[in-house]
Ligand binder design. Sequence first.
Ligand SMILES: *Cc1c(COP(=O)(O)O)cnc(C)c1O
Length: 459
Amino acid sequence: MNEKTKFILNETDIPKYWYNALADSPVAPSPVLNPITLEPVTPDFLSAIFPMPLIQQEVSTERYIEIPEEVREIYKLYRPTPLIRARRLEKALGTPAHIYYKYEGASPSGSHKMNTAIPQAYYNKISGTKALTTETGAGQWGSALSMACQFFDMDLEVYMVKVSYNQKPYRRFLMETYGAQVFASPSDRTDAGRAILAEHPDSPGTLGIAISEAVEVAVKSAGQKKYSLGSVLNHVLIHQSVIGEESLKQMDMAGEYPDVVIGCVGGGSNFGGIAFPFLRENLVNGRKTRLLAVEPTATPSLTKGVYAFDYGDSAKMAPIVKMHTLGHDFMPAPIHAGGLRYHGMAPTLCTFYDAGLIEAIAVRQLGVFEAAVLFSRTEGILPAPESSHAIRGAIDEALDAKEKGEKRVILFNLSGHGHFDLTAYNAYFENNLEDYDYPQELINTIPEHLPQVKLDTPV
Ligand SMILES: *Cc1c(COP(=O)(O)O)cnc(C)c1O
């Protein structure tokens, strides 16, 4: 135990290795499939989309991967991030629990996304890529990659989900300031976008559609442009492991060890980032930390989705992976969970969830904003709506500990700040937000929307 509130590491404590949880997976990873043949992908197919070093990381089962010095140099701009004990929140809740949070909003772009944007830009640069394409929903990923591309002197095209493009102009201005080109998706720049617009001229867009557009531009660029994804894939989760590795050292400084580690999940990258190093301690060193993923009831891919092979995007151009999914043509309700509206979930995370090594819950929007406001008023940081799902989870754990009279140690990841999300806060204060549960009738139809995969060796 320790009287300190903030646990700060030195630059020399920035991890030198990323941790790859696949090395400790109880089951072999399922193959990635070609969306046209429904057979395992060939390296040729993937190399039209990603540079070779990232493809190698995607399929690697090495436990540790060295972080290039060029990447660590840029990490120094904001890493190690602080770990903070939420003493004023504990007091407001009257809980005997100790609540700690890792603050990834301390990065220049405001979220954990830079942890992978920097290495993705780096590996593309050294592989000769001239420009990157990507999608962005709420804008956090687009902002992070815009900055990273600027640092490595590469162009970037961002396909931004149209509803966010209109609702969050300041995110777009930020990306443009960093030097990116931003297009509202669906756009008329791609076959995928034009097909959607012909059928639904007023389409608000989805992440699945924006991914299709960005992948199409890369595939048709004759090797000049590659595509970059900010979550879901294993190389992204590998890069995010710096969050958990630093947290382990910082909990040690605090003289405590977490009973439960919590993160919000959209595609699973910030949760995997903080939780997987603790999962390793569970699997390898006999620790017993609970790992809790928190998702919105509006997009309940882990708690209600089907565990099956599905396309990564709407237009069926991105690879097929085995994951918990709501179906690649999922249309999210217009809730404010921002970056938590992807139809699927990181396959690596799903593997551990399926094996019972990770827990998941779904929480409703109003309770999430209630938690966000309480956190702002006690701890001072205005959290991103996405991150506030983790705060809701942490508060509920602290209240449960209070009821049971337990001194529980809770660690959660505060994945980003919400300075660009104040319209959503305002909507909450004006009572314009509603709870929404993704309807069971739609969940029942998910299997009809999945590709009919028949593999020689069933997985
Ligand atoms: C993108 C984002 C998320 C969701 O993505 P994950 O891959 O699940 O981490 C969560 N929080 C913030 C702040 C984000 O920008």
